[in-house]
Design a protein around this ligand. Structure first.
Ligand code: UDP
Ligand code: MG
Length: 308
């Protein structure tokens, strides 16, 4: 059985992957960590795959998968876990923002504390675009509000053991939020605080739109709590209407004439938008149900190279 598999998702990293991989490889070698590498090419549209093939020819203990198209980093991590059996799995970005020199400490921490999961937590956020930080921060706030998950400064830099990997393999959902499910499965965990490095080469592979989508998807796929918003909205409106009704009655009996044309229009508009809003939330969940019942595969692999 392999002791440790390092799973690295990559997407359009042709310029950096070879250099970054050699740094990761050399660092782990220097720290005497014996491991196998699983590189998952998330359907890159550039020359990343041929670079990965060169890596496989050059280094030992490297396997790789290639997706037929871009399925997203989360699914790439799952595919990596699905395709290889090991005692432990380390999940790591390819851009060196998850510094390989900390892997040793994470392993030591796992050995000492005997936990199943070691979460890498960022000491403080690395240098990012302002929009990125803003979206990330608001996303975590919203997530905390809707799900109670405290994921601020969390990352996908994680060390998990075979038990956790096995439970992750049992998830069949197509829209999956990796950090959410790792939290959801439970088990004993410890946190390791690390310094985020600046991204080597290029900018984040997540555009602002993709990030908003991811944030949205994550909440929807993790929890059905937004559905309760519609009920809460309904209850609030019910009470407002009762209060308004009483007020109208009182004014009527006091002999005031009723003139509320603009109020009625405003109320109509307001209630209309609330109904649309609620329908929208319900609609999103219905579309998710549709996605899941179709039972499409989570990912499609076009190439696979296994060098154990
Ligand atoms: N990545 C991926 N699929 C995607 C986007 C990104 O596999 O659709 C990979 C990317 O190549 C990198 C890692 O996920 O190895 C983290 O991506 P990035 O650095 O762009 O994200 P950030 O650090 O900004 O969260
Ligand atoms: Mg990065």
């Amino acid at each position: 059985m392999i002791e440790l598999v390092v799973i690295i998702p990559v997407y359009n990293e042709e310029k950096a992957i070879q250099k970054n991989f050699s740094i990761i490889y050399q660092t782990l070698l220097k720290d005497q960590i014996s491991c196998h590498f699983m590189i998952v090419d998330d359907g890159s549209s550039d020359q990343t795959w041929s670079k990965i093939c060169e890596i496989i020819n050059k280094y030992n203990h490297v396997s790789a998968l290639r997706f037929a198209r871009n399925f997203g980093k989360e699914i790439a991590l799952c595919a990596g876990i699905d395709h290889i059996q090991a005692k432990r799995y380390l999940l790591m970005d390819s851009d060196l923002q998850h510094p390989p020199q900390y892997v040793k400490n994470m392993i030591t921490l796992m050995n000492q504390t005997k936990v199943n999961i070691v979460h890498g937590v960022k000491k403080k956020r690395g240098k990012e675009k302002l929009a990125y930080t803003f979206i990330a921060k608001s996303f975590y706030k919203l997530l905390q509000l809707t799900t109670g998950l405290h994921l601020d400064n969390s990352s996908d830099f994680k060390l998990i053991d075979a038990q956790v990997a096995n439970s992750i393999r049992q998830f069949k959902e197509r829209n999956l939020f990796f950090r959410g499910i790792i939290d959801w499965v439970g088990f004993e965990s410890a946190t390791y605080h690390f310094e985020v490095k600046e991204r080597r080469n290029g900018s984040s592979r997540f555009s602002t739109i993709k990030l908003i989508q991811l944030a949205f998807n994550s909440i929807i796929s993790y929890t059905h709590k937004p559905l309760y918003l519609t009920i809460i909205g309904g209850v609030i409106f019910f009470f407002i209407s009762i209060i308004l009704g009483i007020q109208t009655l009182v004014r009527y009996f006091l002999g005031h004439s009723l003139n509320g044309f603009s109020t009625i229009i405003l109320l109509l508009l307001f209630i209309g938008s609330m109904i649309m809003f609620s329908l929208g939330i319900i609609g999103i969940y219905i579309s998710r149900i549709y996605d899941e019942v179709k039972q499409r595969p989570r990912y499609i692999i076009s190439k696979k190279i296994k060098r154990l």
